[in-house]
Each structure stands twice: as structure tokens, then as C-alpha cells.
Design a protein around this ligand. Structure first.
Ligand code: NAD
Ligand code: MG
Length: 397
């Protein structure tokens, strides 16, 4: 039996650890090529040794000595820095999990596609920032991208055997996050700890806060547009507090195909790992009688202005997604760092999008509409981050 060569980018995070959980249950089937992480050297080294990886890479040069020390005598190579991350992703593999958080996941994901690997894409930021670019890279190299976000995995599964031309609409569900039942007037004073706890899903801190603000759902609307190439008007979201239905696809005969499952990312990860077959996965089986009822609410754009901003980005297309994501990342840093209030994150992103729409400044339309290359996505990312930092200074000052 030939083993499948797999790499995990962002191995120490929530998605990375769930991926390792699945792979470690079936060690004879996998040959682990590369694991990458950032500051959690202990976890990275432990997993690299346990899975007998060829190489472990930290994003931080200053942690190379620590990683070497933690791997001493194991036979696992150590490397550090951005170029090493890209090199690890470029090592021949059959399947690569893209689970770095943020725009930092774009370049390593591109490197994995360029060597023809199947890219299991959890890093939604890559599609939001550079959808056209990563799809073109996959096409050029005959590589496949499989969605790992639970909603997009659900849509992908609902579309098996279907013709996309028969799709009328795609509905992705949103739990509503930490503050769905809060009075809107209280949101400005939401604390970091309150925003960092999710009612249904156990995820990394950044995506958890993005769920409370609905920036996560906003990103997922754009991700839906990029992945399935339907028009923005065909994409909807609905608040579904139980997080059991992950998405629904509506067809031209009125049928709605829903994907139902427990809120456990090992389902979407396992589906991408075993695709095109299905294999037994260690996720809970739902007891519908015990659940009793599933409920739905309209998404309120006053409570969650990020949803309105996502519509603006989808209409605009081009580099607007890169601007949006960069501004959102800096606004989130600003909230985590205590420099702005929870509700100011959306204000910052709106200001940066407005700046990008105006002619004149550095972040003007000529950049926004430029042909997409990794370099100009990086430049737009850089400029939008600077614009967001300036906007935060204005608010906080
Ligand atoms: P996380 O914060 O738990 O883990 C992030 C990983 O990226 C870690 O391994 C970290 O070391 C690494 N990392 C962080 N900054 C880096 C940098 N600058 N360079 C290189 N590596 C870096 O995040 P997560 O919750 O696992 O999410 C990962 C991605 O998957 C995100 O794009 C997120 O939106 C997406 N996603 C997550 C979930 C979930 O359930 N956690 C669900 C759907 C999609
Ligand atoms: Mg999701």
C-alpha cells in the first residue's frame, strides 16, 4: 500500500490539531512531510516527532534554536522563517492542509498548489484576498482545492452529482456568535474575554471573535462567491443558533438540500482528507429527537455591519477582498490589543474600504483594480494595513 504524503500548514492551531487527530488515528496510511507552526514550539516538536515528519517549521526566525533543541536526536529537520514555510509547502505531497490563520496563509498555500498538491483549504483569507490568483494557480498546475470551512464543505457535499446551473441560491448558516442575544447598545462595551467565547464551536481566538462580529460570516460570503462562482445575489446567510445545519443549496425546482451535522470540524477536515470517498469519522451522531427543534432568524445588519461590508466587497470584486481582509486583521488586532471597542472594528474596515474606493491616495482604485499577482496582493495588503492602523490612531487618539 502506498502511503499518502501529507503536510499540515498551521499544525499547532485548532484546525491543525483536529487534522493531526484524524491522521494519528491511522498512522499506517500517511507519510507526514511537513508540519508548520508559529510560537508554540513545544506542540510543534511533539507532533512532528509523534508523526515522524520530515521537517518542522516555525514562522519565527528567532525560535529556530528552540525548535532545533526540541527536535534534537529525533531525525526531524528544523527550519524557520517565511521562506522556509514556503519551501516546506513546496515539498512534494499529495494533500496539504492550509490552516494558517490570516493572509499569512496565502503564500504557503500557493506554493502547495504550485507543486500540484490537493489543497484542503481552511484558510479562508486566501480566497477572500486572492481568489482569482489561487484558482488560476491551481488550474495552471492541475491542483485541486477542497473546502474545509464547514459551510463550504457542506455546500460542496450538497452539490455532488448536481449541475451548478440548476442552483438558485446558496444559504450559509451563522450561529450568531457570542453576542447574538445581547442588546445592540451593549455591544460597544463587549470585553475581549466575552468576544472570545463561542456558544457552539471550539476554534482559534481570532475566528471566534470574528464570529461574534460576523466578520467570519462576511468572509465566508465572499469565500462562497469565490469558491462556487455564483453571483452575490444568490448567496444568503441566516442565523441558526443550534449550528446543526451548516449550509443549504436551493435548486431551480424549489428543492433545498441541507447539510446537517454536529459542530465538529473533524467532519469537514475528514471529508477533504478522504475525498472523493467517505470514510468513518469519529464525530458524534445526531439524535434529532433529543435536539427537538432547529430555529432560524434573519441576519440583522445593524447588529452585524460586517455583512453589509461583505456585500460591498462582492459587488466591487478585484482587490477589494484583499483590502477588506487586511483592514479586518488590523481592526481585530486593535480590539485584541485594547485600542478600540468591539463595534469600532466594523467602523475601521468601512473607513479603509471608503479610502480604497476614492481616487488619489496610495490605496486608490488603480491598485484595487490591478491584475492580481502575489506581489500586488501583498502591496494592497500592506497599504490597507497601514490605512487601518492610521484609522485606529484617529479613533483612539
Ligand atoms: P489558530 O489560531 O488556532 O491556529 C493558527 C495556526 O496558524 C497556528 O498553527 C499558528 O501557529 C499559525 N500561525 C499564526 N500566525 C502565523 C503566521 N504569521 N505565519 C505562519 N503561521 C502562523 O486558528 P484556527 O482556528 O485553527 O484557524 C485556522 C484557519 O482556519 C483560519 O483561516 C480560520 O479562519 C480557518 N477556519 C477555522 C475553523 C475552526 O474551527 N477553528 C473553522 C473554519 C475555518
Ligand atoms: Mg465556517
Amino acid at each position: 500500500m502506498t502511503k499518502r504524503r501529507v503536510s499540515i500548514l498551521g499544525a499547532t492551531g485548532s484546525i491543525g490539531q483536529n487534522t493531526i487527530d484524524l491522521i494519528a488515528r491511522d498512522p499506517d496510511h500517511y507519510d507526514v512531510v511537513a508540519l508548520t507552526g508559529a510560537r508554540n514550539i513545544g506542540q510543534l516538536a511533539r507532533d512532528a516527532i509523534k508523526l515522524n515528519a520530515d521537517i518542522a517549521v516555525t514562522a519565527h526566525d528567532d525560535l529556530l534554536d528552540d525548535l532545533r533543541a526540541a527536535l534534537a536526536g529525533s531525525g526531524v529537520q528544523a527550519a524557520a522563517g517565511q521562506a522556509a514555510l514556503d519551501e516546506a509547502a513546496a515539498r512534494p505531497a499529495d494533500w496539504v492542509m492550509s490552516a494558517i490563520v490570516g493572509a499569512a496563509g496565502l503564500a504557503p498555500g500557493m506554493a502547495a498548489l504550485a507543486q500540484g498538491a490537493t489543497l484542503a483549504l481552511a484558510n479562508k483569507e486566501s480566497l477572500v484576498c486572492a481568489g482569482a490568483l489561487i484558482k488560476a494557480t491551481a488550474a495552471t498546475h492541475g491542483a485541486r482545492i477542497l473546502p474545509v470551512d464547514s459551510e463550504h464543505s457542506a455546500v460542496f457535499q450538497a452539490l455532488i452529482g448536481e449541475n451548478i446551473a440548476a442552483v438558485e441560491r446558496i444559504i450559509i448558516t451563522a450561529s450568531g456568535g457570542a453576542f447574538r442575544d445581547w442588546p445592540i447598545a451593549d455591544l460597544a462595551n463587549a470585553s475581549l474575554a466575552q468576544a472570545s467565547s463561542h456558544p457552539n464551536w471550539d476554534m482559534g481566538q481570532r475566528i471566534t471573535i470574528d464570529s461574534a462580529s460576523m466578520f467570519n460570516k462576511a468572509m465566508e460570503l465572499i469565500e462562497t462567491r469565490e469558491f462556487f462562482e455564483v453571483s452575490p445575489s444568490q448567496i444568503e446567510t441566516v442565523v441558526h443558533p443550534e449550528s446543526m445545519i451548516h449550509a443549504l443549496v436551493g435548486f431551480n425546482d424549489g428543492a433545498l438540500m441541507a447539510h446537517v451535522g454536529p459542530p465538529d470540524m473533524r467532519h469537514a477536515i475528514g471529508f477533504a482528507l478522504h475525498w472523493p470517498t467517505r470514510k468513518t469519522l469519529p464525530v458524534a451522531r445526531l439524535d434529532l429527537v433529543q435536539i427537538g427543534a432547529l430555529t432560524f432568524r434573519a441576519p440583522d445588519e445593524t447588529r452585524w455591519p460586517a455583512l453589509r461590508l461583505a456585500r460591498e466587497v462582492m459587488e466591487r470584486g478585484g482587490m477589494a477582498g484583499a483590502v477588506f481582509n487586511a483592514a479586518k486583521e488590523i481592526a481585530l488586532d486593535g480590539f485584541i490589543g485594547g485600542h478600540i471597542q468591539f463595534t469600532q472594528m466594523a467602523d475601521i474596515v468601512a473607513v479603509v474600504l471608503d479610502t480604497a474606493n476614492r481616487d488619489g491616495g496610495a490605496l486608490n482604485a488603480s491598485h484595487i483594480d490591478a491584475t492580481m499577482t502575489l506581489d500586488n496582493v501583498r502591496e494592497v495588503n500592506h497599504l490597507a494595513r497601514k490605512a487601518a492602523q492610521a484609522a485606529i490612531k484617529n479613533r483612539a487618539g
